[in-house]
Ligand binder design. Sequence first.
Ligand code: C2E
Ligand code: SIN
Ligand code: SIN
Ligand code: FE
Length: 386
Amino acid sequence: MTRAEELENRLRLLVNFGGVVSKETNLNRLLELIAEQVKTILNCDRCSVFILDRQTNELWSKVALGMQHTEIRVPFGKGIAGHVASSGLTLNIQDVYKDDRFTHEIDRLTGYRSRSILAVPLKNVGGHIIGVFEAMNKNGSQFDIDDEGILQLISSLAASGIENAQLYESLSKSQLETIYRLAVTAEYRDQQDTAIHLRHISEYSALIAHGLGLPEREVENIRYASPLHDIGKVGIADAILLKPGKLTTDEFEEMKKHTVYGAKILCNAESALLQIACKVAGSHHEKFDGTGYPAKLKGPQIPIYARIVSVADVFDALCMPRVYKPRWDAEKAREYILEESGKSFDPEVVGAFDKVYGEILKMQAIGDGKTTIIPGITKELHRHNY
Ligand code: C2E
Ligand code: SIN
Ligand code: SIN
Ligand code: FE
């Protein structure tokens, strides 16, 4: 291959790489995918991705040991990866056994014989180091300056995918639990079965997003962000929120502020997911025809996340009893949603809702308190409920 052909070939692989990594939200599968791609693009024998764990100040990586995958951990600052993470500089080492930064520990564990290592820092959009990329044992030659540039480019392409996947991992545990507890605090006052309502909103919104043909990542974004839509109700007084009858005009004006409060609570967050949650909280009562609140946004001005959650929210609100109204039959609620197509709701979203309606009904049927948004949390919720 001429150099021009080689560059063209690499460019093609890189374009493909961008498409591949932007779709995978499972961190382990994503890391494996990236490693495979890097091996092909750089024509080397192995690729390791080390991820910085800020809690322990270690870098971890998954390595294949026989048929199994084991997690290995390197202290920040130690070994090749640790040096790259702490210095932020690229290292291109021809023979690591002659380099005293190399610790041999991983080779001893895996039985692998490292020769050349090209290691670049993995930085997020904010420029913070979130890990290290290593390509190992270039086939037939040494890693050159082109390889360095390409690995740096790959690393920047991969970083946002990795951060996103990490987000789901970390959010699905402690952070998610905190957020949902907050959402529950906001909602348990006015709803008998908050956990079920939040679960419904989450599942219905994801089903609709899927029905719309949104990419898997967007479906997951909506799944996790949607239960926070009414978090701003924490700012609404009991006298209004719990009023058994119809609200006066003034009271409803006050009630409308839950959208603005919710957006305020969530918008300071740095995480991409909470930014989406912020849009949902702020715009889930906007209407497609521009008659909603708080900003009277119209059509595509309303974030797609909010257009989806709005349908899920109204459908579930209608199907659940409220202090101010009895529950509706699902079929009556469905008819209402269809009637409001083009008025309250985006017709495309309503179309997707109708397409997945059967699955929504199935979800509704199993929402009997045995399902949990976060394992272990539902029981406790029921203690708070009246
Ligand atoms: P929510 O109870 O979660 O209801 C969410 C949305 O579902 C409502 O947004 C509305 O679009 C729809 N919805 C709920 N019940 C009905 C209904 O009986 N008929 C129709 N056509 N739509 C219904 P909306 O209206 O902007 O209200 C936002 C929030 O304000 C409600 O959340 C609820 O917390 C409160 N709210 C609204 N109306 C009343 C009321 O008359 N009394 C009390 N106490 N609270 C109210
Ligand atoms: C690494 O591959 O960066 C860790 C190997 C070592 O330095 O022991
Ligand atoms: C989880 O926290 O494990 C998933 C949350 C969900 O089911 O939406
Ligand atoms: Fe709301």
